[in-house]
Design a protein around this ligand. Sequence first.
Ligand code: ATP
Length: 456
Amino acid sequence: MTENAEKEQSPSPQKLAGPAQDLKDMADLVSLCKRRGFVFPSSEVYGGINACWDYGPLGIELKRNVKERWWRAMIDREDIEGVDAAILMHPRVWEASGHVAGFVDPLVDCKKCKSRFRADKLDAAVLASKKCPECGGELTEPRQFNLMFKTHMGPLEDTASVVYLRPETAQGIYVNFLNVQQSARQKVPFGIAQIGKAFRNEITPGNFIFRTREFEQMEMQFFVKPGSDVEWFEKWKQTRIQWHLDNGIRKAKLRFHEHGPGELAHYAKAAFDIEYEFPFGWQELEGIHNRTDFDLGRHQQFSGKKLEYFDEEAKERFLPYIVETSAGCDRTLLVALVDAYRFDGDRTWLSLHPTLAPYKVAIYPLMKKPELREYTDKVYMDVKKRFRATTDEAGSIGKRYRRQDEIGTPFGVTIDYDTLSNHTVTVRHRDSMAQERVSSENLVRYIEEKFEKWNG
Ligand code: ATP
């Protein structure tokens, strides 16, 4: 036994730790995210702007990790290529896609308290009663509200110059179908992946970063021969839910929701959502859609350009069907945070999967002493070459562990006086708080092995 962190003292001994509980109230997560630099309200010094959020130093790391995992899961396959299309597209794109005419939500207002609701999300009995669920005031008739943000290209604000901020990234993929297929010499079936911003003037944004007006999507459109679409749709459903499980999301919190005939979009032959159980209920995380040849057919019709694929072997031309997988990047990040959040009455920690955690390892000297600092720096520089790491010497060791727990750092490494004589360090595990003595020479390998096991 050394004088180091082996007996971990709670920084607040008056509080009693009980069994670990999940996140109950989104306000707790919003507060943690602000305090620790994951997510800040946008333009906060001006009082914020509704439903817009900024990612801070840890939030952007987490987001990059989410995107990197998604990108690698797609692009490491031989049959998927990437693109990064412009946000501003030719306005005819949105006529062809159906967004100008049909990307609308039915809006109802309360005449008394001015609350706004999406009629399709209100309880049928509430809608029929025409009474506001907030104050009992009278509700207006539903009005159709187009969700696309409009702007003008060039100096004159005439109708000829109207352009839209894209409400989805998918159209940038469809219009590039032949460019990608021919330049990358791909054969159907193959897919095109893209990560990028999308904008929707949502009627009822909210629940933190769940529904915002500016967000990022991670979309992959898979082009297949008609007739093989049902089989590919099933494959992508399984591949995508497995990806969320591999992010460490608990199985019991994920489920499929099949769109019934009333819910199916005009273009879709079949659609499943992957849903997650948030503190505010089961909600969509990702959509998997069999879009048939609707998109390529419409762009062919509106542009007057042939978008058919020529199958060299079968010597036949056809318009491919599209199986789409469409995930929200911000929503995936929110799920990672919500699912990882634990509180036991004393300690708060994020049980994040190591590949998502902003830092993988934190390295501390037990006390602020130059000889410990020197050793700590050596270990830190060594570990940093392999993992994203941080170091901290402010406050008691217990407090330092708690700070890292709250941001989901899987391992803490403490350098104490024994380290100087026998070259071993204490490794402390975030979730169990268990501690092990490990040779400093083998530290990197030790952490690598733990992560490999974590990944199953
Ligand atoms: P809803 O019906 O809830 O408005 P949707 O079915 O229109 O959503 P899609 O068009 O299928 O959503 O979008 C694909 C994914 O993009 C969603 O599963 C979600 O993760 C994400 N997404 C959509 N809208 C938003 C938003 N306003 N804020 C954050 N993410 C969003």
